[in-house]
Design a protein around this ligand. Structure first.
Ligand SMILES: [Zn+2]
Length: 167
């Protein structure tokens, strides 16, 4: 690169010189649609302030309007599920829940939704059975996967040990 080009690059776009744009292109995003808000969130998979703020907003308990820290491991697992299905966005049915909300919706007493470690999801055009099967493989021994055929969603969590159930 000659001097003129270098200087021009520095003025126009510093990333041309320092290669930051290459890094940006490699950033992975979890695409998750929050139906309550009618908003598609794009959440960076790498833990960061941006990930914290976006998951806080997207996974918020709307009954109480309270958010929570959402574990990066959950974001990573959800991203891997998204990627398996050709990067189609996921639909979030339920993210974080307060104790009160959890009681109302009939969640388990020690639900992982209370800790920011769980999500109930579905993908338009993908059967719940298929989503369950793939999620089970991706979550592996890191957490729980529940199949809710009648309600039309799959529960995934990152509790740190394996659990499977069908409802
Ligand atoms: Zn759940």
């Amino acid at each position: 690169m000659n001097r003129r080009k270098f200087l021009l690059g520095l003025v126009v776009c510093p990333s041309v010189i320092f290669g930051a744009d290459e890094k940006e292109h490699k950033e992975k995003y979890l695409k998750i649609y929050c139906s309550h808000r009618k908003k598609l969130f794009e959440i960076p998979v790498t833990p960061s302030i941006s990930q914290f703020l976006k998951t806080y907003e997207c996974f918020k308990d709307l009954r109480s309007n309270k958010g929570s820290f959402i574990y990066p491991k959950l974001v990573e697992k959800l991203y891997n599920i998204q990627r398996y299905f050709g990067n189609k966005h996921l639909e979030l049915v339920s993210g974080f829940r307060t104790k009160h909300t959890n009681k109302i919706v009939g969640g388990a007493k020690h639900s992982l939704h209370l800790l920011g470690k769980a999500a109930d999801i579905y993908i338009p055009g993908v059967s719940i059975s298929k989503l369950y099967k793939v999620s089970s493989r991706i979550i592996n021994n890191d957490g729980g996967v529940g199949k809710y055929l009648k309600h039309g969603f799959v529960h995934v969590d990152v509790r740190g040990s394996r659990a499977r159930w069908r409802s």
